[in-house]
Design a protein around this ligand. Structure first.
Ligand SMILES: [Zn+2]
Length: 219
């Protein structure tokens, strides 16, 4: 009888101690700082390739112009990325999410103008302006979606019913955020393409084609 009482008592003490430790922990997903740093590269201009070589480059990158167009200029930009890092703060009883640091944007954007137009200032400028418009549109896209990304993170953290106090829960939180960022990245990549599409419409190409006294007419 004495032994049984002792065991019950011991269990009770352990349970009490655990409950007390957990109650000291604040939820990890509250008061979290979210930093989103936009990433955009300096743009290099390459004028060393022929029209044929440029076409090869567009084919290799998976975005060739339609067959009835010659490739006189091209912007080779890297895919959109979202890099996420979580910072946790640990003390004796709790693990708390302190901050989410995100880098969002693209690492590289290089403009190519076919070498055939180096001696034709009008054609060179027309092509360069078209490609620079692509780059500016990308930059605008990243700027405008930086706040969108931050708001998405705040809503996500609010919706996650995850409390701290164990490394397993931290891993769970990391996985939930990583999954959500993965889906968001897919959506943003598709949206970025849609932002660029109007710049390469038939009307835009026709406008370019008619500039500079026939410089763009195929031989
Ligand atoms: Zn274009």
């Amino acid at each position: 009888m004495t032994k049984k009482l002792l065991i019950l008592c011991f269990l009770f003490v352990v349970f009490c101690a655990q409950a007390q430790a957990a109650s000291l922990c604040m939820p990890t997903t509250k008061n979290v700082q979210i930093h989103v740093k936009p990433m955009f590269p300096d743009t290099a201009i390459n004028t060393s390739l022929s029209i044929e070589q440029l076409r090869g480059l567009t084919v290799k990158s998976g975005s060739p112009a339609p067959n009835n167009h010659q490739t006189v200029g091209f912007t080779l930009a890297s895919p959109l990325v979202i890099e996420t890092a979580l910072r946790f703060r640990k003390d004796s009883s709790c693990t708390m999410l302190e901050a989410v640091d995100i880098v969002f944007g693209i690492a590289k954007a290089d403009i190519y103008v076919a070498n055939k137009f180096l001696d034709n200032a009008c054609a060179y400028q027309a092509i360069l302006t078209h490609e620079q418009t692509h780059v500016a549109r990308d930059k605008q896209f990243i700027d405008e979606h930086t706040r969108f990304l931050q708001n998405h993170l705040y809503l996500l953290l609010d919706s996650l019913p995850i409390l701290p106090a164990s490394s397993a829960q931290s891993a769970q939180l990391e996985e939930a955020i990583s999954n959500s960022m993965g889906s968001l990245l897919e959506l943003l990549r598709a949206r970025r393409e849609a932002w660029q599409e109007p710049l390469d419409s038939e009307e835009e190409y026709a406008k370019l084609q008619n500039q500079c006294g026939g410089a763009f007419h195929q031989p």
